[in-house]
Write a protein that binds this ligand. Structure first.
Ligand SMILES: [Zn+2]
Length: 400
């Protein structure tokens, strides 16, 4: 008789083998046995099962170090597809990937955060439907849908507790979408998904301790400690955007005043620009007439083209970001801080300010080296992290 313990051990071993193949990309049965310490017959049996299930494939012959040439194994990118959604405050970015996380289709649409949740959920379901239509024929079909949400969530229940910038409260997002589409749904906070996206696919791959700062309409942080996402006791950790940096400061959508995100986000950038264009005239392409029609991407382009007003706006927001990043470095002593989301698109203009502010304010940096870098995944970090929410389940439980 097979006991529950034996099933669990087999499950763990199978996941171990699958993850080795994922991380090493091309590896032989013998290499896996050597690296995992499992015996060769166990590895062979597990590999056979994974091939039958369509999760891995044999991919040619490797070079021999004496003896028979090894068969190289790889993840079967066509084993199934995954849908990842970045539910922004004013947009929805949906991606469809293969099992290696390669994007095969994507679409971004604007949404109005003032609209009721029902309307934006309909748009979200519609976008997922479009991703489904574009999915290729695979053995396992769509394995799941991951969604990064700009707010605090109960990730186990898939419940959005509160998304202040979207004005959502207690939205049972997982149940609503699963009922409509009959595909497993996993949700998490957008900065958390950004951090896991970076861990699996971005700059965070090689870092053990790092913090991902999502600086968009708001500011959120995803904290990776010892290669794992730090969630806190109720899964709500990382709301550093709502850390008070001015006790007498501006009111925030979270009901506190003087929160970091009020000074270091798109909200702060546009507030500064509106203030400037209403008071002064300048040579800038940004003016009183067009300020309400410009997107953050227009301001990024203007800054990159050397528009003085756009540059000064990003410098100010970068300086404010740096103040919070210094606090993060003093708190966590990370190897790496990744700056992501729209504000990071201004590149060196914001990065220089952040670095300068950190060197002024964080004494930790005199004793410990820390890299501060813009995300390479850029606007895909959250959506790719949402893909990872699904992928991590597939790779942890290969029988899904
Ligand atoms: Zn706040």
């Amino acid at each position: 008789m097979i006991t529950a313990d034996q099933i669990l051990v087999k499950q763990i071993n199978k996941s171990l083998v699958l993850n080795y193949i994922r991380k090493k990309e091309h590896i032989s049965r013998a290499d896996i046995a050597k690296k995992t310490g499992l015996n060769r017959s166990t590895v062979s049996a597990l590999v056979d099962e994974l091939i039958t299930e369509g999760l891995i494939v044999e991919k040619g012959i490797g070079t021999s170090k004496g003896g028979r040439k090894p068969v190289i194994l790889a993840i079967n990118k066509n084993g199934g597809s995954i849908i990842g959604v970045d539910l922004g405050v004013n947009y929805i970015l949906t991606v469809l990937t293969d099992l290696l996380g390669k994007i095969i289709w994507e679409k971004r649409i604007p949404i109005d955060p003032q609209d009721p949740p029902e309307k934006n959920i309909d748009l979200l379901i519609n976008m997922i439907g479009k991703a489904k239509e574009n999915a290729p024929d695979t053995l396992k079909g769509i394995l799941g849908i991951g969604i990064g949400v700009p707010g605090i969530v109960n990730y186990e229940k898939g419940l959005v507790l509160m998304a202040p910038n979207l004005k959502w409260e207690n939205v049972n997002l997982k149940d609503i979408i699963e009922e409509k589409l009959n595909i497993p749904v996993f949700i998490d906070n957008e900065a958390n998904t950004g951090a896991i996206g970076e861990k699996w696919f971005g700059l965070g791959k090689k870092a053990t301790n790092f913090v991902y700062v999502s600086a968009g309409i708001g500011v959120g942080t995803g904290i990776i400690i010892n290669d794992e996402l730090y969630r806190g006791s109720s899964g709500l950790a990382g709301e550093m955007g709502h850390m008070t940096i001015d006790m007498n400061g501006k009111p925030c959508s979270c009901d506190n005043t003087g929160c970091w995100e009020e000074y270091a986000s798109e909200k702060a950038l546009f507030k500064y620009l509106r203030d400037q264009v209403s008071r002064y005239t300048s040579d800038s392409d940004i003016n009183r007439e067009n300020i309400d029609t410009l997107t953050i991407f227009d301001i990024v382009d203007a800054a990159k083209a050397g528009d003085d007003l756009a540059v000064s706006a990003f410098r100010l927001v970068g300086k404010h970001l740096g103040i919070g990043v210094a606090g993060i470095i003093n708190t966590f002593n990370p190897d790496l801080v990744i700056i992501g989301n729209t504000i990071s698109l201004a590149g060196d203009i914001v990065m220089q300010e952040i670095t300068e502010e950190v060197s002024k304010r964080s004494f930790i940096t005199k004793y410990s080296e820390v890299t501060i870098a813009p995300s390479h995944l850029n606007m895909h970090a959250c959506a790719m992290g949402a893909v990872t929410l699904v992928m991590s389940r597939v790779f942890a439980s290969p029988n899904i």
